[in-house]
Design a protein around this ligand. Sequence first.
Ligand code: 5GP
Length: 117
Amino acid sequence: MPETPEPSIFTRIVRREIPATIVAETDRVIAFTDIAPKAPVHLLVVPKTEQYANVVELAAGDPGLLAEVVEVANQLAAEHSDGDFRLIFNTGAGAGQTVFHVHAHVLSGDLQEGSLA
Ligand code: 5GP
């Protein structure tokens, strides 16, 4: 029997198997605070499906879902800060990606020049 892959940490948040501070949710997207914030506002916006490992796969496979991620990020930056934000998709381990379930970092609020997630 082939082994069933372990669900990603973000799928476990979607399923409420582990706690998170959820700040937005739609049918296809969930957003919550990052457990190790790198900015005054540091949120993660995540497609509920874990079928896309990174933003390149998401853009190719479901551009509408990518657009929804961007729209939720925009709304959250307006709600949680002054509306200006950085949207970061770490892509590949060499770029700092540690969770291979695509997610956008939304950084906002008193960002230091040059600071990145
Ligand atoms: P990456 O390094 O893959 O771009 O980003 C993964 C992000 O997920 C990191 O910023 C990390 O702090 C966050 N993270 C990892 N595990 C958890 C968790 O269990 N809960 C929350 N809220 N964030 C997490």
